[in-house]
Design a protein around this ligand. Structure first.
Ligand code: ZN
Length: 346
């Protein structure tokens, strides 16, 4: 027994140390510590050893087993460290490989258009004002000279929220809010989102407007024409023809619809003798914004004296201008967030 213990010790000492892989370790474990392993069998046959020697040999066998277990444990640890080092050494980053590219965003065409419009007015000395998207009936309708039974309310399909609150149908209530709190001279634009129950290729339930107004002593229709003509020349092109056509809005008197010559047919109305222009439907003109002299009754709502002050106001749809300028035929494209559409405006 003593001899075989000696030779087993020698055998084990020769096998441990540096292992080349985990199988080698597994094999060693099975060979010596498995159910039929050499060391296991020796421990089992301990009862055949004379009682006198049994504790000593038992002790040595146990120590040999702990030694082997320890060696196996360290061997495994070492193998893992070596494997990690090998990976670090061999798996270099190949900087010549093409990387995964980040998709670059672009500014939304409506934001681009809005910024451009705002820029032109800032250049003329206007300042920006903003108002709430959720308005009350008073500011959205009443104070703009649109009483409860006024037919103009039908022109604006309103989203009602609750308790007389609604999603503003135009940016005009900002006019009221500014005039309620400030005194002339005023030269303001109010950009923002507006909401109407309307949905087709030229109408969206949410769209954007830029409202503008100027109030002071002696503001005349001539000022309105000058400001808006300059604006349209800046946004489209210097020589574009502009015309003011009588119209009606409850909050302005007199009112004028403003047209520019058609961008597609340059005002000719028909590109050939056979067909009329599909953009202007043959008229040669494109409706671009609404305007007028602020109605004296609106001044009374905000406590201005119509004898002392006069002013003009105008409002335009940002989507409409962008559609004409970028030649876009369906307003819904602005809201579908199709990256192929949006990236064209980079
Ligand atoms: Zn045309």
């Amino acid at each position: 027994m003593k001899d075989s213990l000696e030779s087993l010790r020698g055998e084990i000492a020769a096998r441990v140390g540096r292992f080349s892989n985990e199988q080698e370790i597994d094999q060693l474990r099975v060979e010596y510590l498995g159910r039929k392993g050499k060391l296991t069998l020796m421990l089992r046959s301990l009862k055949e050893v004379p009682v006198k020697e049994r504790p000593k040999i038992g002790n040595q066998l146990n120590r040999l087993r702990s030694y082997l277990e320890e060696q196996i444990e360290t061997g495994l640890k070492e193998l893992r460290v070596r494997e990690k080092e090998r990976l670090l050494r061999e798996e270099r980053i190949d900087i010549s490989l093409p990387g995964s590219r980040l998709e670059r965003g672009s500014i939304h065409p409506i934001t681009l258009m809005m910024d451009e419009i705002i820029d032109v007015f800032l250049g003329m000395g206007f300042e920006i004002a903003r108002g709430p998207d959720i308005e009350d009936d008073y500011h959205n309708f009443e104070a703009l000279n649109i009483p409860k039974d006024h037919p103009a309310r039908d022109m604006q399909d309103t989203f009602f929220v609750t308790d007389g609150r609604l999603l503003r149908t135009h940016t005009s209530p900002v006019q009221i809010r500014v005039m309620e709190t400030r005194q002339p001279p005023l030269q303001i634009i109010a950009p923002g989102a507006v909401y109407r129950h309307d949905d087709d290729s030229t109408h969206s339930p949410i769209f954007h407007q830029v409202e503008g107004f100027m109030v002071d002593h002696h503001i005349t229709f001539r000022d309105l024409k000058g400001v808006l003509t300059h604006f349209l020349h800046q946004i489209f092109q210097k020589e574009i023809k502009v015309r003011f056509r009588p119209s009606f809005f409850p909050f302005t008197e007199p009112s004028a619809e403003v047209d520019i010559e058609c961008l597609l047919c340059s005002g000719k109305g028909s590109p050939s003798a056979q067909q009329s222009c599909r953009v202007c439907k043959g008229s040669g003109w494109l409706e671009i914004l609404g305007s007028g002299m602020i109605d004296p009754s609106v001044f009374q709502f905000v406590g201005y004296s119509p004898e002392k002050f006069s002013g003009f106001a105008f409002g335009m749809g940002v989507e409409r201008i962008a559609m004409l300028k970028f030649r876009i035929e369906d307003i819904r494209l602005f809201f579908q967030n199709d990256i192929r559409f949006l990236r064209q405006f980079r």
